[in-house]
Write a protein that binds this ligand. Structure first.
Ligand code: FAD
Ligand code: NAP
Ligand code: SF4
Length: 678
């Protein structure tokens, strides 16, 4: 007798189709809206289509595009993506066709920036400048408000004509509609402000008129601000009232909006705990019948499945995780989460790029938004390739080269892969960096790279290979001032590797990314609050009941484990060069830990009493037990000369190439691009 085992599928809730009555979404994975920079010019739409097509082919259920303004005054920036005329809608057909060919559904996001628009034509309910924007908006007249509502209805109609399955109306994050709903920004006393009912009327009218324009069989997602996280934001009962009203007006799905852009509570950076805000979506669940979407810091299938299985939401929104891995859903469905290239929430290549007016991409996946120009084609001429150094640059290079069919050997002197990521992963709030190393371990196996750890190599070991890649990274820079060789003076490597136990008072020389990270490491004690949502919320002042206005309460930072000074020679405040969208979080965290940050410092010397410095002409003694040097790095490439002497021309990537301004984004990008050419 033969027996059949019926295996239960992995993540059953995640892969249950969602029946909307008039249409079916194949699973519960929603690709959240992200501006990439490909939305703004018609000529980029074929690239945008290729970008979305890869995600659709990777199994995502429903995609939401980056934001398109319904009119000119709603522009996010001058000449940004807009949907007000038929010729603006036409190129969208590339996108909708490409997505539909792979069985996914797609909605266009309608985003009117309101007072967040970076141009002088902005409009808002009241003439109040946003703290993060130099432009003051014009307050709309009643006729002006009517024109905005018509623009939404027109844009939705155009989206339908372009082949979209629906629209997402952006009603959160402090943009235009949210500015109407919140007392913080709506000071009107006419029919559009003054009471909660009048403040939400604008949102409800937009949904009603959009529904009227598109008919019953078209998805309308309404992104509702469930947590404003700003003073004078909405209160819970008002949010419930808004949810019920937009549902009654014709919304098909409600997506969760978390935090205004001007909020001083981080909502998506890596130190935010996974799924930190999902309970607020769960709190809304009993009040509405339409499906609800949970969002923010949901990056792995077990987290997503847990949310759905607990009944906290009906769909999960993943945005950056799908930049990092377009195959996320397919890998989850196949039960191979270890194969997922996890988004580490660094913002370095996605949001930071967008804020710098550059095309978005991804630190761990340089192909994101480069689907058509960076391809890893099979080679017809396999070579033997030696990659020396298993840091981010070497790992990327080795795995891409092997995927293309080359025979790759990867050497590292250390007994584990990862290079400096093995220090980064120890920083409280950077636990996600473990995931990148897990992913690369899996990729090395999958692509059959011959990995030789604990193997410091010399040029003689490398002469037999067709190609030699030096990814040997960096050596920490040493400093030169009196007492630099004192026993108190140690390197960040000594500290993060655990070789040196730092005393109760420490001064850090150098306030770049590593100086900030070491300060965070030294001021924290015990388990990181990024792994403990309740403690994290208390630290940042988020009301755990979500009942307070704006959901804000008094922050309760935990006391620092040590007294720390963070110093730099350059004038000005340390941290000015940290990431655009994450630097403020690092600065605020260290401020809460009472770290003393000083710029314009001259180092006079170290002795048994501590570190002597001069600031603004005055000398000070910092009575510290340790001076930790975080003063940048120099390239490590001693093998290069020997290889050239032996007749080889090695390729240099990552820190071995240029150590200045080095980060993992450049290391992985350089390694991948070299391997694509080999
Ligand atoms: P490395 O990571 O330095 O790797 C080089 C490898 O080569 C090492 O494993 C070494 O053992 C090996 N090697 C050297 N010589 C030999 C030899 N002769 N034989 C065999 N093996 C050899 N970057 C970011 O982008 N974002 C961050 O948030 C971030 N945080 C950081 C936090 C900390 C605490 C630190 C220390 C770094 C951080 N970085 C961050 C920087 C990032 O880790 C580096 O830019 C990146 O690791 C550089 O990669 P790489 O491959 O060039 O070199
Ligand atoms: P860094 O950003 O270049 O900072 C080096 C610091 O050392 C600066 O503050 C510099 O300031 C100081 N310094 C340089 N030469 C010195 C000298 N001779 N004596 C004394 N001080 C000196 O380098 P890093 O902090 O080592 O970081 C390395 C790379 O890793 C960075 O490029 C960064 O992008 C990346 N990283 C990123 C993150 C992140 O969160 N995104 C985190 C960690 C690391 P003064 O010259 O003014 O003194
Ligand atoms: Fe995630 Fe960083 Fe990639 Fe952005 S750049 S998608 S935050 S891993």
């Amino acid at each position: 007798m033969t027996s059949t085992t019926i295996e239960s599928p992995p993540y059953p809730h995640l892969f249950t189709p969602l029946d909307l009555g008039f249409t079916m979404i194949r699973n519960r994975v929603l690709m959240g809206s992200m501006h990439t920079g490909l939305e703004d010019r018609a000529k980029d739409f074929p690239r945008l289509a290729a970008y979305f097509a890869e995600r659709a082919a990777g199994g995502v259920g429903l995609i939401v595009t980056g934001g398109f303004s319904p009119n000119l005054v709603g522009w996010l920036k001058p000449f940004g993506g807009k949907l007000s005329w038929p010729w603006e809608a036409r190129p969208h057909k590339f996108v909708t066709k490409a997505v539909h060919e792979h069985g996914a559904k797609i909605c266009a996001q309608l985003l009117h920036a309101g007072r967040y628009g970076y141009h002088p034509l902005t409009v808002a309910p009241s003439k109040l400048k946003a703290p993060i924007n130099p432009f003051t908006p014009r307050a709309l007249s009643a006729r002006g408000i009517e024109r905005q509502i018509s623009a939404y209805a027109n844009a939705a109609k155009l989206a339908r004509d372009a082949g979209y399955d629906g629209v997402e109306i952006m009603g959160s994050e402090g943009y235009f509609i949210n500015e109407f709903t919140a007392p913080r920004t709506n000071k009107r006393d006419d029919a559009w402000g003054g009471t909660p009912e009048k403040r939400m009327r604008f949102a409800v009218e937009i949904v009603r008129r959009v529904r009227e324009a598109v008919g019953p069989d078209f998805i309308i997602i309404y992104r509702l601000s469930l947590l404003d996280l700003v003073e004078d934001g909405n209160q819970w009962d008002e949010i419930v009232q808004q949810a019920k009203a937009v549902e009654a007006a014709g919304a098909t799905i409600i997506n969760s909006g978390i935090g205004w852009h001007e909020a001083r509570v981080p909502t998506i950076v890596t130190s935010v705990p996974r799924a930190a805000f999902v309970d607020v979506t769960a709190k809304l669940k009993p009040h509405v019948r339409v499906p609800l979407v949970a969002t923010n810091r949901i990056n792995m299938p077990e987290v997503a499945e847990g949310i759905l299985a607990a009944g906290k939401a009906d769909m999960v929104s993943l945005a950056r995780p799908l930049l990092a891995d377009p195959q996320w859903a397919a890998k989850a469905r196949a039960g191979t989460p270890q194969a997922i290239n996890t988004c580490i929430a660094c913002n370095q290549a996605c949001l930071d790029h967008v804020f710098e007016n550059k095309l978005a991409s991804c630190l761990v996946n340089p192909r994101a938004c480069h689907e058509t120009d960076l391809t890893y084609r099979k080679t017809f001429a396999p070579k033997t390739v030696a990659v020396v150094g298993a840091g981010p640059a070497g790992l990327a290079c080795a795995t891409v080269a092997a995927e293309r069919g080359h025979r790759v050997t990867l050497f590292d002197a250390a007994d584990e892969i990862g290079g400096q990521f093995n220090y980064a992963k120890r920083i409280p709030g950077k636990e996600e960096f473990h995931e990148t190393l897990r992913y690369f371990r899996h990729r090395l196996e999958e692509t059959r790279v011959d990995v030789r750890l604990s193997t410091p190599v010399t040029a003689a070991d490398l002469t037999g290979f067709d190609e030699v890649v030096l990814a040997t990274g960096i050596t920490p820079r040493r400093v030169a001032f009196p007492g630099a060789d004192h026993a108190k003076v140690v390197s960040y490597v000594d500290v993060l590797s655990g070789r040196v136990k730092v005393g109760a008072r420490a001064a850090l020389i150098g306030a770049g990314g590593i100086g900030f990270d070491v300060a965070e490491y030294l001021t924290h004690e015990g388990r990181s609050s990024s792994l403990d949502p309740a403690r994290w919320m208390a630290e940042w002042g988020v009301d755990p009941t979500f009942e307070a206005r704006g959901s804000l309460v008094k922050p309760q930072p935990e006391p620092p484990a040590r007294e720390v000074w963070l110093l730099q020679r350059s004038p000005g405040k340390p941290g000015a060069r940290l990431g655009k969208t994450s630097g403020w979080v690092h600065r605020a965290t260290l401020k809460a830990k009472q770290v003393k940050m000083l710029g314009g410092v001259e180092y006079l010397g170290v002795d048994d009493t501590g570190l002597r410095i001069k600031v603004d002409g005055a000398e000070h003694l910092l009575p510290v037990d340790h001076v930790v040097v975080c003063a940048g790095q120099e390239p490590r490439r001693e093998l290069q000369a020997d290889l050239i002497a032996a007749g080889k021309t090695p390729h240099l990537i990552g820190g071995a190439d240029v150590a200045a301004e080095l980060d993992a984004k450049r290391a992985i990008d350089q390694g991948s691009r070299l391997a694509a050419r080999l």
